[in-house]
Each structure stands twice: as structure tokens, then as C-alpha cells.
Ligand binder design. Structure first.
Ligand SMILES: Cc1cc2nc3c(=O)[nH]c(=O)nc-3n(C[C@H](O)[C@H](O)[C@H](O)COP(=O)(O)OP(=O)(O)OC[C@H]3O[C@@H](n4cnc5c(N)ncnc54)[C@H](O)[C@@H]3O)c2cc1C
Length: 392
């Protein structure tokens, strides 16, 4: 069997490795020219996904991923701050769980290693399911035939659109602007103290929130390793942006993030101002348009192509990894239709829960746009809860 994979993102690359482990041939079509063409920041890979990686990718590759990232020791606490930068609540986090925190660029670069079946710079325009195979339509190149096609082509998936007859994603009405600030002797002084124990979230006025996280992997000789940085993001409702952030340059996005956060702690604003300007990007948040079964043929979907989710749950990449390893296992030793039926049923049984994890933080951000509620939450409720959490 030969499996075609559209997209050499996190899910598509994991799938190519996992298929190889089962002795199944694959070809990956990726529109980016190389794995280095990756923007993005530190991602949190949860325990289900690290277990899937152990099953799906070679041990040496998992070792390289760990060398470029950090584990549970970097996520002992989740802090909630007010916009003045004061910690209001410290929540204990992972205790001994096997998690991995790694930048998107090293994650993709390492996963792309040893995979000579990736055709970089090869956008897919569409496909035809012929019943006994799938003809893949490549841009400016001849069509190619595979036995099964997997759309791992992310939130604006063409494969999903063709397979489902509609878009796979709907906008959540919130957009994040995110950036990376290198940690230097100067910038490190502005980092809120709680962040050394793990990431945090800032509750600001008008329903504007900010996610902050330090990424300080240990020294590594791996060529994909990154120097330490702080990730910041400012999330606001689409209507709160002065103009469509997707049309703004990175420098304009930094200015927009600063415009959305007047009166915030000077140190937080200095951190945004000190970001590597080219690292700044806007990310609309998405939900699945519908997570419902589709007729099974020889084409299927994984990751953001079928279950996009806002980063507030921190589970999108992890779920894509889990999908990929399940799908490879289902394809091993079964005819395509039976394998894809099995995969679809299983994936739909857990993907909705992962999407739901992203909802409460967004709902709270909306509610706390009310200034009275926000003051009550940050001045009364959270400090009391903090005392209760701190009590042994
Ligand atoms: C700011 C931010 C923070 C996040 N933080 C986390 C986190 O901490 N933890 C977590 O688990 N998730 C996180 N996520 C979500 C995570 O990034 C996604 O869920 C994950 O990347 C999905 O993987 P994927 O393989 O499905 O898609 P992608 O990684 O998006 O890969 C899709 C690939 O398909 C390619 N492609 C698209 N169309 C075509 C085409 N027509 N032809 C060929 N190639 C094509 C693209 O170039 C891309 O390489 C975050 C997302 C954002 C925006």
C-alpha cells in the first residue's frame, strides 16, 4: 500500500514515520520549500502525544526532540496575572507527567529528518477518488496515484473541503498576535517572577488576555536547537483590532499588540517591544465547523484539517500526533476502507473532548470583559483561591 499525505506539518510528518514503522510506504506533498519555513513558538506536547511519539517515531528522533525542548520540570505551575503584572493565582501543574515543550521549528525540523519521501515545494490542488485508488492533483506537476490519501493540510485544508463538501473550520471570533522575545541580561529583568515555574495568563481589561511562557531548553548540540526566549501573545475579539491583523506587517502587529494593552505593566509592554520583530504573527482561532462522520472512501483527515482548536487548550498539535499514530496502526494489516472506518470512529471519539478543553479559557476571557466581574475575580476570588491552593 502507498499512502499519500498532504502536508508535512506536525501530524503529516508523524504519520510518515509511524507508517514506516509498520512497513507502509508513503509520499508527503508539502507546499513549503523546506522544514525551516516554519513560524511559531513553543508548543506543549501532552502526555498522550509523547506516548504516541514513543510508538510512532524512532527512539533517536524522540531523543533529539527532548534535547531541543524541556519537560515537566518547566511546567510546575500555571500563574494568572492581572494586567499590572501581579500574580493573582498560582495553580500547580504537571507532577511527573511525561510532557514535552518544544518550539514549532525544531519540532518540525527534527520530525522531517530521515524522511526522503517528503516532496517539499509541492502544493496539492485537489484529488479524485477513483474507487480503487486516489489520483492526487499537484500544482504544475503531473498527477500521481496513491492507494489512500490523508489530508494533514491544516486549518484551511483543501482536502477537507473536497471530502466534506464544506470548510472544516469556522472562526472562533478571536485573534491572537504572538511573538518571541530573546532572553538577554536586559529582557530577563522584565519577566514576571512566576514564569520561571511555568507559563501564565494575564487577564486584562476589555476581555483582552495575554499568554506568556518562558522557553529555556538546556544546552544542546542538536542543529535544530533554539536559544531561550519568552513567548507572548495578546488575544482579542476580531472586532477589537483596528484593521485585519492578517494584513499587517510584523512591526505593525507589535504596535497593534501595544495599542490593545494600554495601562498594562510597563515590563510586559517592554517585553513585547523587545520581541524579534520578524517572529511576530497573527493567528485567528478556529473551531471545527462540525465534527461529524463522513462517508468513508480512500481519503481521510487528521489534525487541524478536521478538528482545529484554539491554542487556549494547548492540545492541537498533540491531537494531530495522536491521530497520526492511530491512523498508521489502523492501516497496518487492514484493507483501506476498514482501516479508515476504524480510524474515523476512534478519532471522532476523542477529538471533541480536546476541542472542548479550549473553550473555558475563551468563555472566561469573554465574561471578564465586564470590569466589575474582573475586579471581583482578580482582587477577591483569585487571591482567596490562591491561599487555599498554597495550603499544604
Ligand atoms: C499561537 C499558537 C500556539 C499553539 N500552541 C499549541 C500548544 O502549545 N500545543 C498544541 O498541542 N498545539 C498548539 N497549537 C496548535 C498547533 O499548532 C496545531 O494544532 C498543529 O500545528 C496542527 O498540526 P497539523 O499537522 O494538523 O497542521 P499543521 O502543523 O498546520 O501542518 C499543515 C501543513 O500542511 C501544509 N499544507 C497546507 N495546504 C497544503 C496544500 N494544499 N498542499 C501541500 N501542503 C499543504 C502546510 O504548509 C503545513 O505544513 C498552537 C497554535 C497556535 C496558532
Amino acid at each position: 500500500m502507498r499512502v499519500g499525505i498532504v502536508g508535512a506539518g506536525i501530524g503529516g510528518l508523524t504519520l510518515a514515520h509511524a507508517l514506516r514503522r509498520h512497513g507502509i510506504d508513503s509520499v508527503v506533498f508539502e507546499r513549503d520549500a523546506s522544514p525551516e519555513h516554519t513560524a511559531g513558538y513553543r508548543l506543549h506536547v501532552n502526555e498522550a502525544a509523547t506516548a504516541a511519539l514513543r510508538d510512532g517515531v524512532p527512539a533517536a528522533l524522540l531523543g533529539a526532540l527532548r534535547a531541543c525542548g524541556t519537560g515537566a520540570e518547566a511546567f510546575r505551575q500555571f500563574s494568572i496575572f492581572d494586567h499590572r503584572g501581579r500574580i493573582r493565582l498560582r495553580l500547580p501543574a504537571y507532577d511527573g507527567e511525561d510532557i514535552l515543550m518544544i518550539g514549532r521549528r525544531p519540532l518540525r525540523a527534527v520530525l522531517a529528518r530521515d524522511l526522503d519521501q517528503v516532496r517539499w515545494g509541492t502544493p496539492v490542488d485537489g484529488y479524485t477518488d477513483t474507487g480503487d485508488g486516489v489520483r492526487v492533483h499537484l500544482r504544475d506537476q503531473p498527477d500521481t496515484e496513491v492507494d489512500v490519501l490523508v489530508g494533514a493540510d491544516g486549518v484551511r485544508s483543501r482536502v477537507a473541503r473536497r471530502l466534506l463538501g464544506r470548510r472544516g473550520a469556522r472562526p472562533a471570533g478571536v485573534i491572537g498576535v504572538a511573538g518571541k522575545t530573546p532572553l538577554t541580561a536586559r529582557t530577563v529583568r522584565w519577566v514576571p517572577p512566576g514564569l520561571v515555574r511555568g507559563p501564565g495568563f494575564v487577564i486584562g481589561p476589555d476581555g483582552i488576555g495575554s499568554f506568556l511562557s518562558l522557553h529555556r531548553p538546556g544546552p544542546s548540540t542538536d542543529p535544530a536547537a533554539e536559544p531561550p526566549y519568552l513567548v507572548w501573545s495578546v488575544a482579542a475579539r476580531t472586532a477589537q483590532f483596528r484593521t485585519d491583523p492578517l494584513t499587517l506587517s510584523p512591526a505593525e502587529l507589535v504596535a497593534e499588540a501595544l495599542r490593545l494593552t494600554p495601562g498594562w505593566a510597563l515590563t510586559l509592554r517592554l517585553l513585547m517591544r523587545a520581541s524579534e520583530v520578524d517572529s511576530t504573527a497573527a493567528f485567528p482561532f478556529w473551531f471545527p465547523a462540525a465534527l461529524a462522520p463522513w462517508p468513508v472512501g480512500r481519503v481521510t483527515l487528521l489534525g487541524d484539517a478536521i478538528h482545529p482548536m484554539p491554542p487556549t487548550g494547548g492540545a492541537g498539535a498533540s491531537t494531530a500526533i495522536v491521530d497520526a499514530v492511530h491512523l498508521a496502526g489502523d492501516l497496518a494489516g487492514r484493507p483501506p476502507r476498514a482501516a479508515l472506518t476504524e480510524y474515523q470512529t476512534r478519532m471522532l471519539s476523542y477529538a471533541g473532548d480536546a476541542v472542548d478543553e479550549a473553550r473555558p479559557p475563551l468563555a472566561w476571557q469573554r465574561r471578564l470583559a465586564n470590569p466589575v466581574l474582573r475586579a471581583f475575580a482578580t482582587e477577591v476570588l483569585m487571591p482567596i483561591a490562591n491561599l487555599a491552593v498554597a495550603r499544604p
